[in-house]
Design a binder for this molecule. Structure first.
Ligand code: IFG
Length: 538
């Protein structure tokens, strides 16, 4: 059946039809039917405004007719920046209304007809680097930002206003009507991150890209890849080939592991950067190193390489910190990975070291800090690194509930907050869960949502907090669908903790908006946990 030629009034009719309330029978006699010309047009009661997560700073629904997207709709991006063009193309892909051809996209258009979508970078920079200003009216859509990243986040918000069915590649509705609204927004924290442990179980490039897509939808901008541990070394190091030739052969449970060639790692980095996400590589040291130690005898103090390890204990492995060859190894690894990583950070791990004195541990971290900085990166470490003489540029990632880091903050260290009893997505939801662990306690969605990173820890206020990150350790997770079932819906909660103003956040409102994400996640095929705490919209 040929689709009806799309006309704006059809969109208006759709909105009105969708909002008509059904008349209820009343005891009063029915008034005599009036001639059609006098039938009052029912005032359209606006449907509840689409559910937005994370909550923007300001959302003011407009009045008047919606913006009607049609095959004639054109997108203009009034900046020569190629990254702004990527955002426009990304939006065009979402707004495809007729077959495989989406709206036209013009960069630096000379004349812009009414009824267009206009992206521009002329928002006052004082609004914030990742801020955006979105205005939808029947006459057109305007999205302003002070950086391409801001444009991208404005498009993610617009995406959540669009019908979820648009996420289906195959089905495209006709027509699309976008309700009028004015949204001004900016993130609370600069670091809005997730960590994926690809060492315990290996996840290939396509799985990582899938995870990046889901992070991008929620305005998150950091993906920390845990690239090495006792069970596996997951990135090619050309100067130490056995790290992957031997150290990547297995994973937890003894199944086949895997690794990223440097070309594949660059592919992940590029895909992430297009979506304004920095990849943060982690080589965990001096502990969590059995995969490296089993690949090179000379990295072991006794010169004997231990066997590969496929169980899930921690703390038993340690590089030989008293042997200079270890620092040559670390220098090669940091050099090669840093050269492939445009982002400013290198994560050196530092967690769960049971084989060293505090003094030897601190001395080791101090040397690694120098190596990382020599290769142009800023060190990040799990919160044990606070024992070392950290430079102000180095970042502490808080993970152990109860750790006191106020003194480090007072000395100028910045923190990423990843409290294991709030943000560890490998923690089970409840005792009925069969995936995940529970050493830090069980975390339901409300637990992941109801905390403030700036008041969590004594002496660590807003100014000391770079932001929030949700680690997902994969001892018990072997597939991306299992990862999704642990990550969602809690990652959306963490995304709001990281983005939205604390004073505007509340569980009773959030759970409704979170429930509203269900249809979109279903359209995207996300294997999300239907938490009983959330009123999931069908
Ligand atoms: N702690 C270990 C991880 C992982 C985790 C599982 C950190 C920093 C427990 N270290 O979290 O390697 O085993 O929940």
């Amino acid at each position: 059946m040929p689709w009806p030629r799309f006309v704006p009034r059809l969109a208006a009719a759709l909105v009105v039809a969708a909002s008509l309330t059904s008349c209820t029978a009343s005891s009063k006699p029915k008034p005599a039917p009036r001639p059609p010309s006098q039938e009052p047009t029912p005032a359209p009661t606006p449907a509840p405004f689409p559910a937005l997560v994370p909550l923007p700073v300001s959302v003011r629904p407009g009045d008047g007719a919606p913006f009607a997207v049609s095959p004639a709709t054109a997108i203009f991006v009034q900046s020569p920046d190629p990254r702004a063009m990527f955002v426009a193309e990304f939006l065009a892909g979402l707004l495809t209304t007729v077959g495989p051809v989406g709206p036209s996209v013009t960069q630096m258009g000379a004349s812009i007809p009414e009824g267009s979508v206009v992206l521009s970078l002329d928002l006052d920079p004082a609004a914030g680097e990742e801020a955006y200003d979105l205005s939808v009216a029947s006459t057109g859509v305007s999205l302003k930002a002070s950086s391409p990243a801001g444009l991208f986040y404005g498009v993610q918000t617009l995406r959540q206003i669009l019908p979820p069915i648009l996420e289906h590649d195959a089905a495209r509705p006709r027509p699309i009507a976008i309700p009028p609204v004015r949204i001004t927004d900016r993130p609370r924290f600069a670091w809005r991150g997730a960590m994926l442990d690809v060492a315990r179980h290996f996840f290939g490039v396509e799985d990582v890209k899938r995870y990046l897509d889901l992070l991008a939808l929620h305005k998150m901008n950091r993906l920390h890849l845990h690239l090495s541990d006792d069970q596996g070394w997951r990135i090619e190091i050309k100067s130490w080939p056995n790290l992957t030739a031997m150290g990547a052969r297995s994973e937890v449970g003894g199944t086949v592991g895997g690794f990223y060639t440097q070309e594949q790692y660059k592919e992940i980095v590029a895909y992430a950067r297009e979506r304004f996400i920095d990849i943060v590589p982690e080589i965990d040291m001096p502990g969590h190193t059995n995969a490296a130690l089993s690949s090179y005898p000379e990295l072991n103090c006794d010169g004997v390489a231990p066997p590969p390890y496929t169980d899930i204990k921690v703390g038993f492995s340690c590089l030989c910190v008293s042997d200079e060859r270890t620092y040559g190894f670390i220098d090669d690894v940091v050099r090669e990975i840093s050269a492939l990583t445009p982002g400013p950070f290198f994560h050196a791990g530092g967690d769960e070291v049971k084989k060293l004195t505090d003094a030897d541990y601190a001395q080791f971290i101090n040397r690694v800090q120098d190596i990382v900085e020599r290769h142009g990166k800023r060190l990040i470490g799990w919160d044990e690194v606070a024992l070392a003489a950290l430079h102000p540029a180095s970042v502490i990632q808080h993970w152990r509930p109860g750790t006191a880091l106020g003194a480090a903050a007072a000395k100028g260290s910045k923190l990423i907050m990843s409290p294991a009893n709030r943000a560890y997505l490998d923690m089970q939801y409840d005792p009925a869960s069969f995936l995940g662990l529970f050493w830090a306690g069980r975390i339901e969605v409300r637990d992941a949502y109801s905390w403030d990173p700036a008041t969590l820890m004594e002496g660590v206020g807003e100014g000391s907090v770079l932001g929030v990150e949700a680690p997902l350790w994969t001892e018990t997770l072997a597939t991306i669908r299992e990862v999704e079932s642990m990550a969602f819906p809690r990652l959306a909660a963490i995304a709001e903790v990281a983005w939205s103003p604390q004073a505007a956040r509340g569980w009773d409102d959030f759970k409704i908006r979170l429930g509203g994400q269900g249809p979109r996640w279903q359209a995207m095929g996300v294997n999300f946990y239907r938490s009983p705490q959330v009123p999931w919209r069908p």
